[in-house]
Write a protein that binds this ligand. Structure first.
Ligand code: CP
Length: 309
Protein backbone atom coordinates (compact mmCIF):
# COMPACT_ATOMS: atom_id res chain seq x y z
CA UNK A 1 0.00 0.00 0.00
CA UNK A 2 1.37 3.45 -0.93
CA UNK A 3 -1.61 5.67 -0.20
CA UNK A 4 -3.58 6.63 2.92
CA UNK A 5 -7.29 5.82 2.71
CA UNK A 6 -8.21 9.18 4.21
CA UNK A 7 -8.04 12.67 2.66
CA UNK A 8 -7.67 14.44 6.04
CA UNK A 9 -6.13 13.38 9.33
CA UNK A 10 -8.90 14.31 11.76
CA UNK A 11 -8.39 11.50 14.26
CA UNK A 12 -6.92 8.03 14.72
CA UNK A 13 -10.46 6.70 14.36
CA UNK A 14 -10.15 7.45 10.58
CA UNK A 15 -7.03 5.26 10.16
CA UNK A 16 -6.79 1.50 9.96
CA UNK A 17 -3.80 -0.68 10.83
CA UNK A 18 -2.44 -0.56 7.26
CA UNK A 19 -2.62 3.26 7.19
CA UNK A 20 -0.67 3.40 10.48
CA UNK A 21 1.94 0.94 9.20
CA UNK A 22 2.33 3.01 6.00
CA UNK A 23 2.86 6.16 8.13
CA UNK A 24 5.48 4.29 10.21
CA UNK A 25 7.40 2.91 7.22
CA UNK A 26 7.39 6.38 5.61
CA UNK A 27 8.55 7.91 8.92
CA UNK A 28 11.42 5.38 9.05
CA UNK A 29 12.72 6.89 5.79
CA UNK A 30 12.28 10.46 7.00
CA UNK A 31 13.95 9.69 10.33
CA UNK A 32 17.02 8.67 8.35
CA UNK A 33 16.76 11.92 6.33
CA UNK A 34 16.60 14.21 9.41
CA UNK A 35 19.72 12.58 10.83
CA UNK A 36 21.76 13.39 7.70
CA UNK A 37 24.00 16.49 7.59
CA UNK A 38 21.63 17.88 4.92
CA UNK A 39 18.19 17.32 6.46
CA UNK A 40 16.08 18.56 3.59
CA UNK A 41 14.33 16.82 0.66
CA UNK A 42 12.37 18.48 -2.18
CA UNK A 43 9.21 16.32 -1.75
CA UNK A 44 6.76 19.19 -1.06
CA UNK A 45 8.34 21.93 -3.16
CA UNK A 46 5.52 24.22 -4.46
CA UNK A 47 3.13 23.03 -1.71
CA UNK A 48 1.95 25.77 0.65
CA UNK A 49 0.96 24.81 4.19
CA UNK A 50 -0.70 27.02 6.81
CA UNK A 51 -0.28 26.17 10.50
CA UNK A 52 -3.35 27.52 12.32
CA UNK A 53 -2.87 27.55 16.08
CA UNK A 54 -5.90 28.78 18.03
CA UNK A 55 -4.41 27.33 21.25
CA UNK A 56 -0.91 27.37 22.77
CA UNK A 57 1.70 24.85 21.66
CA UNK A 58 5.47 24.39 21.76
CA UNK A 59 6.24 20.85 20.54
CA UNK A 60 3.46 20.31 17.98
CA UNK A 61 3.81 23.76 16.37
CA UNK A 62 7.59 23.65 16.02
CA UNK A 63 7.56 19.99 15.02
CA UNK A 64 5.05 20.61 12.18
CA UNK A 65 6.94 23.69 11.00
CA UNK A 66 10.25 21.83 10.95
CA UNK A 67 8.65 18.84 9.20
CA UNK A 68 7.21 21.14 6.52
CA UNK A 69 10.52 22.95 6.02
CA UNK A 70 12.48 19.68 5.85
CA UNK A 71 10.10 18.69 3.01
CA UNK A 72 10.73 22.07 1.26
CA UNK A 73 7.12 23.27 1.59
CA UNK A 74 6.27 26.98 1.79
CA UNK A 75 5.00 27.62 5.33
CA UNK A 76 2.81 30.31 6.90
CA UNK A 77 2.01 30.45 10.61
CA UNK A 78 -1.16 31.84 12.12
CA UNK A 79 -1.96 32.27 15.80
CA UNK A 80 -5.32 33.50 17.06
CA UNK A 81 -3.79 36.16 19.29
CA UNK A 82 -3.06 39.22 17.18
CA UNK A 83 -5.38 38.04 14.33
CA UNK A 84 -8.79 39.27 13.14
CA UNK A 85 -10.39 36.37 15.10
CA UNK A 86 -10.22 38.87 17.96
CA UNK A 87 -12.53 41.16 15.92
CA UNK A 88 -15.26 38.50 15.73
CA UNK A 89 -14.47 36.73 12.43
CA UNK A 90 -15.84 33.18 12.19
CA UNK A 91 -13.56 30.14 11.88
CA UNK A 92 -14.84 29.36 8.37
CA UNK A 93 -14.35 32.97 7.19
CA UNK A 94 -10.84 33.11 8.68
CA UNK A 95 -9.83 29.85 7.00
CA UNK A 96 -11.46 30.65 3.64
CA UNK A 97 -9.54 33.95 3.56
CA UNK A 98 -6.28 32.10 4.21
CA UNK A 99 -7.15 29.51 1.53
CA UNK A 100 -7.88 32.30 -0.99
CA UNK A 101 -4.14 33.02 -0.85
CA UNK A 102 -3.55 29.61 -2.51
CA UNK A 103 -2.79 27.48 0.53
CA UNK A 104 -2.88 23.72 -0.19
CA UNK A 105 -2.96 22.11 3.25
CA UNK A 106 -3.94 23.17 6.78
CA UNK A 107 -2.61 22.05 10.14
CA UNK A 108 -4.95 23.18 12.91
CA UNK A 109 -4.97 23.16 16.71
CA UNK A 110 -8.20 24.42 18.24
CA UNK A 111 -9.64 24.39 21.79
CA UNK A 112 -13.03 23.07 20.60
CA UNK A 113 -13.53 19.29 20.16
CA UNK A 114 -14.60 18.56 16.57
CA UNK A 115 -13.25 21.85 15.15
CA UNK A 116 -11.10 20.13 12.48
CA UNK A 117 -13.94 17.80 11.46
CA UNK A 118 -16.35 20.76 11.25
CA UNK A 119 -13.93 22.66 9.02
CA UNK A 120 -13.36 19.63 6.77
CA UNK A 121 -17.05 19.79 5.85
CA UNK A 122 -16.88 23.47 4.83
CA UNK A 123 -13.63 23.84 2.89
CA UNK A 124 -11.83 22.11 0.02
CA UNK A 125 -8.27 21.89 1.44
CA UNK A 126 -6.87 18.91 3.34
CA UNK A 127 -6.65 19.29 7.13
CA UNK A 128 -4.46 17.72 9.78
CA UNK A 129 -5.82 17.91 13.32
CA UNK A 130 -3.01 19.07 15.63
CA UNK A 131 -5.23 18.67 18.72
CA UNK A 132 -8.91 19.63 19.18
CA UNK A 133 -9.85 20.28 22.79
CA UNK A 134 -10.17 17.08 24.82
CA UNK A 135 -11.03 15.06 21.69
CA UNK A 136 -8.06 13.78 19.61
CA UNK A 137 -4.37 14.50 19.02
CA UNK A 138 -3.63 11.97 16.27
CA UNK A 139 -0.04 12.94 15.44
CA UNK A 140 0.90 12.67 19.14
CA UNK A 141 -0.54 9.13 19.34
CA UNK A 142 1.28 8.13 16.14
CA UNK A 143 4.63 9.42 17.40
CA UNK A 144 4.02 7.72 20.76
CA UNK A 145 3.28 4.35 19.14
CA UNK A 146 6.22 4.82 16.72
CA UNK A 147 8.50 5.40 19.75
CA UNK A 148 7.24 2.19 21.42
CA UNK A 149 7.87 0.31 18.14
CA UNK A 150 11.39 1.81 18.02
CA UNK A 151 12.09 0.71 21.60
CA UNK A 152 10.62 -2.81 21.44
CA UNK A 153 10.58 -3.69 17.71
CA UNK A 154 6.77 -3.87 17.65
CA UNK A 155 3.71 -2.51 19.45
CA UNK A 156 1.67 -5.74 19.28
CA UNK A 157 1.15 -7.39 22.69
CA UNK A 158 2.91 -4.58 24.56
CA UNK A 159 1.18 -3.52 27.78
CA UNK A 160 0.77 0.26 27.91
CA UNK A 161 -0.74 2.21 30.80
CA UNK A 162 -1.92 5.81 30.42
CA UNK A 163 -1.69 7.48 33.82
CA UNK A 164 -3.38 10.62 35.11
CA UNK A 165 -5.97 13.00 33.72
CA UNK A 166 -7.69 10.75 31.19
CA UNK A 167 -10.92 12.79 31.35
CA UNK A 168 -9.46 15.97 29.81
CA UNK A 169 -6.80 14.38 27.61
CA UNK A 170 -6.92 14.24 23.80
CA UNK A 171 -3.62 12.32 23.97
CA UNK A 172 -5.34 9.55 25.97
CA UNK A 173 -8.18 9.00 23.49
CA UNK A 174 -5.91 9.01 20.41
CA UNK A 175 -3.41 6.71 22.16
CA UNK A 176 -6.14 4.23 23.10
CA UNK A 177 -7.39 4.05 19.47
CA UNK A 178 -3.87 3.85 17.98
CA UNK A 179 -2.42 1.28 20.40
CA UNK A 180 -5.48 -0.99 20.12
CA UNK A 181 -5.36 -0.89 16.30
CA UNK A 182 -1.73 -2.05 16.55
CA UNK A 183 -2.60 -4.91 18.94
CA UNK A 184 -1.30 -3.49 22.24
CA UNK A 185 -3.07 -4.03 25.56
CA UNK A 186 -4.11 -0.70 27.08
CA UNK A 187 -4.83 0.25 30.69
CA UNK A 188 -5.83 3.59 32.18
CA UNK A 189 -4.92 4.55 35.74
CA UNK A 190 -5.87 7.61 37.76
CA UNK A 191 -8.24 8.91 40.41
CA UNK A 192 -11.93 7.96 39.90
CA UNK A 193 -12.79 11.59 39.22
CA UNK A 194 -10.37 11.80 36.29
CA UNK A 195 -11.41 8.53 34.59
CA UNK A 196 -14.58 9.02 32.48
CA UNK A 197 -17.40 6.57 33.26
CA UNK A 198 -17.51 5.35 29.61
CA UNK A 199 -13.80 4.47 29.52
CA UNK A 200 -14.13 0.69 30.02
CA UNK A 201 -16.52 0.57 27.03
CA UNK A 202 -13.43 1.41 24.88
CA UNK A 203 -11.96 -2.00 25.78
CA UNK A 204 -9.26 -0.72 28.15
CA UNK A 205 -8.40 -2.10 31.59
CA UNK A 206 -9.07 0.30 34.47
CA UNK A 207 -6.82 0.43 37.55
CA UNK A 208 -6.94 2.93 40.41
CA UNK A 209 -3.77 1.72 42.15
CA UNK A 210 -0.60 3.18 40.59
CA UNK A 211 1.77 0.50 41.90
CA UNK A 212 -0.41 -2.30 40.46
CA UNK A 213 -0.60 -0.46 37.12
CA UNK A 214 3.20 -0.10 36.97
CA UNK A 215 3.68 -3.78 37.91
CA UNK A 216 1.39 -4.76 34.98
CA UNK A 217 2.84 -2.58 32.21
CA UNK A 218 5.84 -2.49 29.87
CA UNK A 219 5.31 1.21 29.17
CA UNK A 220 3.84 3.99 31.34
CA UNK A 221 2.70 7.11 29.47
CA UNK A 222 2.36 9.88 32.07
CA UNK A 223 -0.28 12.49 31.26
CA UNK A 224 -0.32 16.06 32.49
CA UNK A 225 -3.05 17.35 34.79
CA UNK A 226 -4.95 19.60 32.35
CA UNK A 227 -5.74 22.40 34.80
CA UNK A 228 -6.75 24.68 31.90
CA UNK A 229 -9.61 22.31 31.00
CA UNK A 230 -10.82 21.62 34.56
CA UNK A 231 -13.88 23.65 35.51
CA UNK A 232 -14.07 22.19 39.04
CA UNK A 233 -11.58 20.60 41.46
CA UNK A 234 -11.18 16.88 40.72
CA UNK A 235 -8.82 16.15 43.66
CA UNK A 236 -8.13 17.95 46.95
CA UNK A 237 -4.58 19.23 46.28
CA UNK A 238 -1.78 18.73 43.76
CA UNK A 239 0.34 17.40 46.67
CA UNK A 240 -2.20 14.64 47.34
CA UNK A 241 -2.40 13.84 43.61
CA UNK A 242 1.39 13.51 43.47
CA UNK A 243 1.46 11.23 46.53
CA UNK A 244 -1.05 8.84 44.91
CA UNK A 245 -0.34 9.14 41.16
CA UNK A 246 3.10 10.71 40.77
CA UNK A 247 5.88 8.43 39.49
CA UNK A 248 9.18 8.75 41.35
CA UNK A 249 12.49 6.87 41.48
CA UNK A 250 11.63 4.93 44.65
CA UNK A 251 8.43 3.59 43.08
CA UNK A 252 10.23 2.51 39.88
CA UNK A 253 13.02 0.85 41.90
CA UNK A 254 10.42 -1.15 43.86
CA UNK A 255 9.26 -2.92 40.65
CA UNK A 256 10.83 -6.23 39.65
CA UNK A 257 11.42 -5.07 36.05
CA UNK A 258 12.51 -1.96 34.15
CA UNK A 259 9.57 -0.24 32.48
CA UNK A 260 9.70 2.54 29.86
CA UNK A 261 8.50 6.02 30.81
CA UNK A 262 6.83 8.31 28.28
CA UNK A 263 5.25 11.75 28.49
CA UNK A 264 3.72 13.82 25.66
CA UNK A 265 4.85 17.10 27.28
CA UNK A 266 4.67 19.68 28.62
CA UNK A 267 5.80 18.06 31.90
CA UNK A 268 4.71 19.30 35.32
CA UNK A 269 7.99 18.32 37.02
CA UNK A 270 7.37 17.14 40.56
CA UNK A 271 3.63 16.59 39.93
CA UNK A 272 3.00 13.58 37.64
CA UNK A 273 6.70 12.73 37.34
CA UNK A 274 9.86 13.62 39.27
CA UNK A 275 12.89 15.07 37.48
CA UNK A 276 15.08 12.03 38.25
CA UNK A 277 12.56 9.83 36.40
CA UNK A 278 11.90 12.25 33.52
CA UNK A 279 15.64 12.59 32.87
CA UNK A 280 16.57 8.93 33.49
CA UNK A 281 17.59 6.30 30.93
CA UNK A 282 14.18 4.67 31.41
CA UNK A 283 12.57 7.78 29.91
CA UNK A 284 12.11 8.11 26.13
CA UNK A 285 10.49 11.56 26.36
CA UNK A 286 12.99 13.32 24.08
CA UNK A 287 12.97 10.38 21.64
CA UNK A 288 9.23 10.99 21.33
CA UNK A 289 9.91 14.62 20.42
CA UNK A 290 12.55 13.64 17.85
CA UNK A 291 10.22 11.04 16.32
CA UNK A 292 7.45 13.66 16.10
CA UNK A 293 9.23 15.41 13.22
CA UNK A 294 9.63 12.18 11.21
CA UNK A 295 6.01 11.15 11.84
CA UNK A 296 4.70 14.58 10.80
CA UNK A 297 6.90 14.57 7.67
CA UNK A 298 5.38 11.19 6.79
CA UNK A 299 1.78 12.37 7.26
CA UNK A 300 2.34 15.62 5.34
CA UNK A 301 4.04 13.73 2.52
CA UNK A 302 1.34 11.07 2.30
CA UNK A 303 -1.60 13.50 2.48
CA UNK A 304 -0.12 16.17 0.18
CA UNK A 305 0.75 13.47 -2.33
CA UNK A 306 -2.90 12.41 -2.70
CA UNK A 307 -4.22 13.68 -6.02
CA UNK A 308 -7.94 13.76 -5.03
CA UNK A 309 -9.34 17.03 -3.62
N1 CP B 1 2.48 17.26 23.27
C1 CP B 1 1.97 18.44 22.86
O1 CP B 1 0.94 18.52 22.17
O2 CP B 1 2.68 19.53 23.28
P1 CP B 1 2.39 21.04 22.85
O3 CP B 1 1.09 21.45 23.52
O4 CP B 1 3.56 21.84 23.34
O5 CP B 1 2.23 21.10 21.36
Amino acid sequence: MTKLKTKHLLGIKDLDKEDIQLIFSTADTFKEVINRPIKKVPSLRDTTIANLFFENSTRTKISFELAEKRLSADVVNFSASGSSVKKGETLVDTVNNILAMKVDLLVMRHPNPGAAEFLSRHIQAKIINAGDGAHEHPTQALLDAFSIREKYGEVKNKKVVLIGDIMHSRVALSNIFCLQKLGAEVMVCGPTTLLPKYISSLGVKVEYNLKKALEWCDVANMLRIQLERQDIRYFPTLREYTMLYGVNRQLLDSLDKEITIMHPGPINRGVEITSDVADSKQSIILNQVENGVAIRMAILYLLAGRTDQ
